[in-house]
Design a protein. Structure first.
Length: 222
């Protein structure tokens, strides 16, 4: 008998329960299935809508934010690259929403498909959603939006549909569970708030310490 089994056996003895008690199993399964939602706090400033609140918090964390109509996404991406003297070249995943963007040709960005190997200057991703309370993006892992795009390129452009901006983390996680089903979340969900930074050494702020130096969020409005 292992130490763990011994501890559990003593607990069961004190509780006077059997190892496999069908009634207790049903009670636990029912509680897990019908668990109550946690308390979601109201935003401190109710005068701002979700887009304005998200933009304010994201910019405070060092990101840049623009809101554009869906038909203007390609131009917004290309202009941001040009404004920062970056090549018109992007690394992106297989997200169907990215595939629907009509990139101008010639003159539009060259889209390289797949995960980044660390040599890309700019990555392009589509966020699952965002929490306006902190300006945080939620990015699912997988072929549609490879996790390497969130961390390896020096510049990160993230597209975010305006209707996917929620107030709180709890609301975004609830949408994730509804989309994938209980217990079937992606292998990783990256929460990104602003560009990478660190002040671990002598409290000197270093940008891009563990990821992109720049984060640009384009809020897409229909």
């Amino acid at each position: 008998m292992t130490a763990r089994n011994g501890i559990l056996a003593r607990i069961r003895k004190q509780l006077a329960t059997e190892w496999l008690d069908p009634a207790r199993e049903r009670a636990v399964a029912n509680r897990l299935k019908h668990h109550a939602a946690g308390v979601v706090p109201e935003p401190a400033d109710r005068s701002k809508n979700a887009i304005a609140r998200f933009s304010e918090k994201a910019e405070a964390a060092g990101a840049s934010v623009a809101a554009v109509a869906r038909r203007n996404v390609a131009a917004a991406v290309s202009n941001w690259l040009r404004d920062h003297n970056l090549p018109q070249r992007l690394r992106a995943g297989a997200d169907k929403r990215l595939a629907r963007i009509k990139w101008p040709s010639p003159g539009g960005p060259e889209i390289l498909a797949g995960a980044s190997d660390g040599r890309d200057l700019t990555g392009l991703a589509y966020a699952f959603g965002a929490a306006s309370e902190t300006g945080t993006l939620f990015l699912e892992s997988g072929p549609d939006n490879p996790t390497t795009l969130n961390f390896l390129p020096e510049n990160h452009i993230v597209l975010l549909d305006s209707e996917d901006i929620e107030t709180s983390y709890e609301q975004v996680f609830a949408r994730l569970r509804r989309r994938h089903g209980e217990g079937r979340l992606p292998r990783a969900v990256n929460l990104v708030t602003g560009p990478s930074r660190s002040a671990d050494i002598e409290q000197t702020l270093i940008m891009g310490a563990h990821g992109p130096v720049r984060l640009h969020v384009i809020i897409v409005r229909d």
